[in-house]
Design a protein around this ligand. Sequence first.
Ligand SMILES: Cc1ncc(COP(=O)(O)O)c(C=O)c1O
Length: 452
Amino acid sequence: METSLQLKPANPRTTSVPNDLDAFWLPFTPNRAFKRAPRFITRAKDMHYFTPDGRAVLDGLAGLWCTNAGHNRDPIVAAIKREAEELDYAPAFQFAHPKSFELASRVAALAPADLNRVFFCNSGSEAVDTALKIALAYHGVRGESARTRLIGRERGYHGVGFGGISVGGIVNNRKLFGTLLAGVDHLPATYNREHQAFTKGEPEWGAHLADELERIVALHDASTIAAVIVEPMAGSTGVLPPPKGYLQRLRAICDKHGILLIFDEVITGFGRLGHAFAAERYCVTPDLLCFAKGVTSGAVPMGGVIARDSVYEAFMRGPEHVIELFHGYTYSAHPLACAAGLAALDLYRDEGLFERAKKLEQVIAEAAMTLKGVPNVLDVRAVGVAVGIDLASRPGAVGKRAYEVMEHAFHDEDLLVRVSGDTLAIAPPLIVTEAQLAEMFEKTARAIRAVA
Ligand SMILES: Cc1ncc(COP(=O)(O)O)c(C=O)c1O
């Protein structure tokens, strides 16, 4: 194929860029558009990415909602190097290395109440599939095997495994992939622009939407329902904070009917909403909590599920030589991921990054709301260190305007933002300064205007 890419690294410290773009099929990317005008990143430090020609690009999305401690932090880099020299790999089936236990204890200590048992995997998608499987098996081992139904939510994003897309509610992620899991229902999305536009934090309107769970229970009977899974704050679909009281209501209905509640905290975990987990912010304890991304500050792939004691204990029965849960991954608790995770958690603690996120919440919300009135901005939502900006779609071309804003921001404003449909997301590393936040929204406003 022909490519317009003729870049040579101007800076000898940068990695050379590939000159053949054919082989790599990029995920969640319009490949032809990208290969016509690629956006290369070759280096990163703290709040910035660097392009092959040496431009510093302000990272408005913590990579992909994951580098919460900032990029290439020395303690994390050093921990990964040390571990690679000491223990490249150890199986987690029937054997273990000490750092896996240490990290599990540290993660459990950050989670509220009796969320004390940690199952490791390698991504958010795997975390979701793991949680759904644990929920089904939990009812099975307790003699309630009729509880097979799973309830997700419209607009939910739970990764790309078949479990995740089945309970997820993003049409394009589902429509070409067959019949998906059977026995899945969806709660309605919690967003309503008429009632919620330009809200800072959790909207007042919408708690009643949790009652839809009662309707689903009435339809199928509680004895057939295993679990409900929601993102406490729906991130990927465009930053939808939960209406005030909504999660508490979901919890109460689940309790009433013996249904497990799963929080998918792949984005909200590790400080994004000013707490270790959103469960703490909302004072709601789920039965299973999925995490990934921020656990290693994005440096090594890792995910996991935290289960309440009661869930774990339900499996600890039968002969002791028999495996209790037939599930796991070759790379569960990989030594490099555990080392990176421990170093990331140290950084979060030592630099008070979750508390910092809490303090920044008002600042980012105010900076974000300056976009109100910019042409084509329909709504801005801000919660924790996360902002969603809805743009008016171009007639007949949903997603084109936001894509153009993202391209313009990267090439002309040296800013990385994320797009999903015609929604922009901004969620920088938690080390972001107030000045950088102001800069981010000024750049975003200029980019939106530039493509108007
Ligand atoms: C809430 C949520 N769950 C699951 C995932 C999937 O994570 P991964 O891409 O690591 O599989 C994501 C990714 O953004 C997410 O936001």
